[in-house]
Design a protein around this ligand. Sequence first.
Ligand code: FPP
Length: 227
Amino acid sequence: MDGNGRWAKQKGLIRAVGHENGTKSVRQTVEAAAELGIENLTLYAFSTENWNRPKLEVDTLMRLLVSSLKKEIKTLHDNNIKLKAIGNLETLPKKVLKELREVIESTKNNNRTTLTLALSYGSRAEILNVVKEISVKVKNNIISAENIDESIINEHLYTRNLPDVDLLIRTSGEQRISNFLLWQIAYAELFFTKVLWPDFTKQHFCDAIIEYQNRERRFGKTSEQIS
Ligand code: FPP
């Protein structure tokens, strides 16, 4: 969800207003995903690197998270959406963590779409964590080194209950991954749009899905093998 800052700057507004308007695009996208019956939507809301932003901006984002969680719980229930979160959640302010846990608990039986917020998330940190956890298990003879395979790695990622990513959308014209789900996007289709996140609407989301549907996913095979 990139481009909140630039959106605000273009309008002569402070960055916080960009983030505030970004929450409207969050709602539109989440509703569209539920309407389309998309089982999983993961939003990169705050990276480990985002902690290095000015304190005022970090505080604004945390405040927006708390207010959005409070405000949108009804939207989540109305659309049968289950909330989850991935990342180094313990580093979040207590208020955010409390609200997040409450909404996760309250929506745990919803089953149309799972909305996962990546918060204080960094893919390298996630992978590092996996390596450490598996190493300890090998040391304690819970896993043997020869048996380590992709499924064991999957089971130790924050995303252990989520499938691999099919489609990754990045807004604002940037064409990079920025430490997001590096293992999980191995075969994802990448979609880059110049639209700034606060301008991103349901229609833009549908356009991305239509483009995705027209891609041929070969997973290393030939076109003939797929058809
Ligand atoms: C990137 O734009 C956006 C973020 C770092 C934060 C995303 C947060 C929201 C959309 C609002 C709260 C989220 C939820 C889930 C309710 P940027 O600030 O890097 O923009 P720039 O690249 O133009 O400076």
